[in-house]
Design a protein around this ligand. Structure first.
Ligand code: PDD
Length: 280
């Protein structure tokens, strides 16, 4: 039975419950993070914490824990769930109050964390993607729990036989519905610049660091829809899926329809980095 954390207590998931007036439930008023743990150790913990703090600040929810308490809580949760590889999800909502858009009473945030087993992948299966209009709001850099547009977009992809929706805003690629996007064009690895239209992905940033260290040609700049369609390789990145090759876009093969040579190269870089981290 999976153990979760809720407002200071560790308990079985079946035992955890929140009041129906929690603003997370009523309004989707909260933020979240997903951190992988390999061999029982949190991966890129500080980076995830920094992004969480930015999200909290942006929506003006108080951080309920100190940095030390965050680490201790998450490490305890990993241990209670048997160590190994896990994906840790947590969310902070504004808390419980009578339903009113405007909040004029002081309330305490609700903090919930849970864990799922995470397969130890050394490679990812290729997937198909569709491109579609980015119908989301103007603050996609905040990791908000209100994910209705993202859910609708991924659902649309799945209903068209694909795995992910790659989003286009004003003719430019932003990101996937639940991932960041990279393309390879003439040997250069490219990803959109960080701005308010995409989540500053931890995996994206790590990959850019690894590319820099390895001296592989890369750039963060605008990617047009046309450039996406003509790319030699397309990849999706996320903390739980790592680097996933897209071999079909809108039912057309990407490159020769197989995971490309640059993808193989960067996967090795990523796996080596992961290995080095959890053997420390
Ligand atoms: N989502 N963009 C969006 C919209 C995402 O939802 C995610 C990840 C990413 C990748 O970010 P990172 O590399 O930090 O995981 C980009 C998580 C995993 C989720 O919602 O489950």
């Amino acid at each position: 039975m999976s153990q979760v954390y809720l407002n200071g207590q560790y308990l079985a998931i079946e035992e955890a419950s929140i009041p129906v007036l929690d603003r997370g439930f009523i309004f989707g008023d909260g933020v979240y993070e997903v951190i992988p743990a390999y061999a029982g150790k949190l991966f890129r913990f500080e980076e995830h914490m920094r992004r969480m703090e930015n999200s909290l600040k942006a929506v003006r929810i108080e951080n309920p824990l100190s940095a030390m308490d965050w680490r201790e809580m998450l490490e305890t949760l990993i241990e209670l769930n048997g160590g190994g590889n896990q994906s840790i999800y947590f969310q902070i909502t504004r808390g419980v109050a009578a339903r009113d858009h405007v909040l004029n009473v002081k309330i305490s945030p609700t903090l919930f964390a849970m864990s799922h087993p995470l397969a130890d992948k050394t490679t990812a299966e290729p997937v198909a993607a569709i491109s579609c209009e980015d119908i989301r709001w103007q603050f996609c850099n905040i990791k908000a729990i209100s994910l209705l547009p993202n859910i609708m977009l991924r659902q649309q992809a799945v209903e068209q036989g694909a795995y992910e929706a790659i989003l286009i805003r004003d003719g430019l690629v932003t990101e996937g519905a639940a991932s960041n996007v990279f393309i390879v064009t003439d040997g250069v690895i490219r990803t959109p610049v960080k701005n308010q239209y995409l989540l500053p992905g931890i995996t994206r940033d790590l990959l850019l660091e690894l590319l820099q260290q390895a001296g592989l040609p890369h750039v963060a700049n605008d990617i047009t829809e046309q450039e996406l369609s003509n790319a030699d390789e397309i990849w999706l990145t996320s903390s739980t899926k790592e680097i996933v090759p897209v071999t079909q876009l809108n039912q057309q093969p990407v490159g020769n329809g197989q995971p490309g040579p640059v993808w193989h190269q960067v996967c090795e870089l990523y796996q080596n980095f992961k290995q080095a981290q959890h053997s420390v």
